[in-house]
Design a protein around this ligand. Structure first.
Ligand code: HEC
Ligand code: HEC
Length: 148
């Protein structure tokens, strides 16, 4: 059992609450059958609930929607093909690897992505850089008015 400050517990409860509300707002995504499971970083046996927590957190961190990273089925355009790769999905997989790698290399947080990510164990996560934006702010400093 790791120590959590009361503030951190409150923040985590709020986040958990928001995720629960969010997942009710979105009709549960039909999971592709195991033969279609194409997960590369998340564990293949991840529960639907945890998978949706990760997906909703990506939406919030990047201000994106499911359809920005996922595409329709090639055979039935009324359905989504969640397992299919898209440009943004592939970029996201590279970002997940980067998050895993830099937390291990620079902050000594090692181990499974899903657990570290969902339990806010990572020191640097999607939201650290993206902060609700598709493209992170790359300005070196916030402009400070010059003194005359
Ligand atoms: C920022 C991009 C992004 C957003 C937004 C996003 N996803 Fe994903 N999704 C991914 C990535 C990347 C994976 C694969 C992760 C892996 O390989 O470990 C994935 C995997 C999945 C899978 C499992 C596919 C499989 O191979 O079994 C489902 C289902 C899914 N997403 C549904 C959703 C839903 C529903 C939403 C919206 C609530 C959503 N995603 C939003 C990037 C995203
Ligand atoms: C260390 C900072 C950093 C972290 C952490 C980070 N990203 Fe990124 N990400 C970037 C930068 C910078 C870009 C833009 C690169 C460019 O402009 O070509 C980017 C681009 C992206 C894009 C493509 C956006 C577009 O429109 O081209 C996606 C999707 C994305 N990140 C998802 C994620 C997800 C999901 C996570 C967490 C798993 C994550 N990123 C973590 C810095 C970061």
């Amino acid at each position: 059992m790791t120590y959590r400050s009361p503030q951190k517990t409150i923040v985590l409860s709020l986040i958990a609450g928001a995720v629960v509300v969010g997942s009710y707002a979105f009709s549960p995504a039909p999971r592709p059958g195991n033969h279609e499971n194409n997960l590369k970083i998340l564990p293949k046996d991840i529960s639907d609930e945890e998978l949706m927590q990760v997906m909703h957190s990506f939406e919030v961190a990047l201000n994106m929607n499911c359809g920005d990273c996922h595409t329709h089925s090639a055979t039935d355009p009324n359905k989504m093909d969640w397992a299919a790769d898209t440009k943004h999905k592939q970029t996201t997989i590279e970002m997940m690897k980067m998050v895993q790698e830099l937390n291990k290399q620079y902050f000594g947080v090692d181990g499974d992505f899903k657990t570290n990510y969902l339990q806010s164990q990572y020191k640097v996560s999607c939201n650290t850089c993206h902060n609700g934006h598709e493209e992170p702010n790359n300005m070196v400093t916030i402009p400070i008015p010059e003194k005359h």
